[in-house]
Design a protein. Structure first.
Length: 558
């Protein structure tokens, strides 16, 4: 309020900010519990944080500032209806819609209409006036529906215990989750979400009561998202919107339940970080994260380890369910191994964590040690190890660039020892790109390659590698554990196309496994790919890797 009055007094007046605040103050004195229930709406945090960032100049809005600020009037109107008191407030109009938080929306203009409307609550009736048009209705009978009022959808399940959430598909602040929100859902889609939530809640309540209790006390709202281009599930939480889980339509109830576990863990870390800092928010070093394709700050890695520790625990228990026991075992083995990788990094970089953050990180270790005694089928253990390596190598090819001076020295050494030539071009550049770019695929290609191998690993087995469904033949042999044959096929692919990132990754994994040790193919793939582009005639990649193993400086690739 003070910031608006000081920096944007006219905007504050247009938004009716002071008047809406006065209404809420008056209602609070009369019925604090009812007003608190309205202001605890998960989107209140998202709205207030967005407005503060706008006022501080950290973000730019796509509507007038008054339209954003007037959203407070919607909370005042919702509180007045909840308390049963007459009140007036200014409310925003976005693309013709007036949205009342916790209640619903009504159209009062066309898609080009943006501004501030007058609204009131009196004797149980809502009244809106904008651009010469008036809509007024009560909530008895079909009056609201006849006026064009669209209520927010509530999902309620009662088996075995009650769990209720809002399905928010109207709030303008849903877009702050980093993914495009879904459009308004129709009755069939709402029913689909209701049935899916009922199934997920049964999975949680009967097989994971501890997680059900955590989710039931934390999650108050679901925001449907548009699935990503690959059709895979995406989900998110926001530090400013406590209790909201944003997610694309889940594939099944078990996957839905796992997503809720994942996001409630993020919410816990967010809440704890707000109470006592776990890590420095300022930008510092970046680290490898087994779940992300970009370097992450240590706080992000801590988030990932805690969130996926929860999901690993979920699938550990789900192994007992016959309908997806094999899938659950692979997920548990993979996630547990990924958390181990992340935990090792956390353990080495504790200086960037606060004492509270170090305690959170340290709590991961005992869980992983207990899980090391869990029986896991050899196939799942092997596939988990290979998938972790697959991601790590793809990450290096995407994000790391070799030292041009080191590359030049290695090219000279190769030329001198082999008697072969080198490509005539500047060692540090190729077509204006750094060396690693010459052999690395676009990020989307790297990601697609990794997910392709993961999908193949999840495929039901139907016999030999050659009969696994889908996937390249080399990938199928890799998944089946026939590493020597896979290495040969990956080598042939690289001879055909030296920029085949999937083949370089597969060759690294299969060669390491066939020789039961780590080679430069996995330790420094970005360096090996760069060298392969600069020596001529282009050598067999395994021959070059063997040579590089003998010449790689100590510490390279760590």
């Amino acid at each position: 309020m003070d910031l608006v009055e000081r920096e944007h007094p006219d905007v504050g007046v247009n938004a009716g900010l002071a008047a809406s605040f006065a209404v809420l103050t008056r209602l609070w004195r009369r019925a604090p519990a009812s007003v608190a229930a309205v202001l605890r709406d998960a989107q209140a945090g998202a709205w207030s944080a967005w407005c503060l960032r706008r006022l501080l100049g950290r973000v730019r809005g796509d509507v007038d500032l008054a339209v954003d600020l007037a959203y407070l009037g919607g909370f005042a109107l919702a509180a007045a209806r909840s308390v049963g008191v007459d009140a007036e407030a200014a409310v925003p109009v976005r693309a013709g819609w007036i949205i009342v938080p916790t209640l619903g929306r009504v159209r009062l203009g066309d898609a080009a209409s943006f501004g501030v409307a007058n609204a009131s609550h009196a004797s149980g009736r809502l009244r809106f006036e904008y651009g010469g048009r008036v809509v007024e209705f009560g909530f008895d009978g079909t009056a609201a529906q006849d006026s064009g009022w669209e209520p927010l959808c509530r999902l309620v399940v009662d088996d075995p215990e009650r769990f209720a959430v809002t399905l928010d598909d109207i709030s303008p602040y849903r877009r702050l989750f980093g993914r495009p929100p879904a459009d308004r859902l129709d009755a069939v889609q709402q029913r689909w979400w209701q049935d899916m939530l009922a199934g997920a809640w049964q999975v949680l309540s009967y097989r994971h009561p501890g997680w059900a209790a955590a989710i039931g006390s934390t999650v108050t709202e679901l925001v449907p998202l548009v699935p990503d281009s690959a059709g895979t599930g995406v989900s998110a939480t926001a530090r400013d919107a406590v209790g909201v889980v944003a997610l694309a339509p889940p594939a099944d109830p078990a996957g839905f339940a796992a997503t809720l576990v994942h996001e409630v863990q993020h919410s816990r870390i967010n809440a704890l970080h707000d109470v006592t800092a776990l890590y420095a928010d300022a930008a510092g070093r970046s680290y490898y994260s087994p779940w992300r394709d970009d370097p992450r700050p240590l706080g992000g890695l801590l988030h990932g380890c805690v969130a996926f520790l929860g999901v690993a625990d979920f699938w550990r228990v789900e192994r007992a369910e016959p309908e997806h026991s094999e899938f659950a075992e692979l997920e548990f083995a993979l996630l547990a191994q990924q958390v181990r990788v992340g935990y090792r990094t956390l353990s080495r970089a504790t200086g960037e964590l606060t004492p509270a953050g170090r305690r959170v990180a340290a709590s991961i270790g005992p869980v992983l040690r207990r899980w090391s005694a869990e029986p896991v089928a050899e196939r799942s253990r092997r596939l988990a190890r290979d998938l972790v390596a697959d991601h790590a190598i793809a990450w290096r090819l995407r994000n790391l660039r070799p030292d041009p001076n080191l590359v030049a020295r290695l090219v000279d050494a190769w030329t001198a020892e082999s008697g072969r030539g080198a490509v005539t071009r500047t060692a540090g550049k190729r077509n204006g790109q750094t060396l690693a770019d010459a052999g690395a695929a676009e990020p989307s290609t790297v990601l697609m390659a990794e997910s392709s191998l993961r999908r193949l690993a999840r495929s039901p087995r139907t016999g030999s590698a050659g009969h696994l469904p889908d996937g390249d033949e080399a990938d199928r042999y890799l998944v089946d554990g026939d590493y020597r044959r896979a290495a040969v096929l990956y080598g042939l692919r690289i001879e055909h196309d030296a920029a085949d990132t999937r083949a370089w990754i597969g060759l690294a994994i299969s060669t390491d496994r066939a020789h039961d040790g780590e080679t430069s193919l996995s330790r420094a793939p970005e360096l090996l790919v760069a060298l392969s582009q600069l020596v001529t005639p282009r050598p067999d990649p395994r021959e070059l890797a063997s040579w590089l193993d003998r010449h790689l400086p100590a510490g390279t690739g760590s």
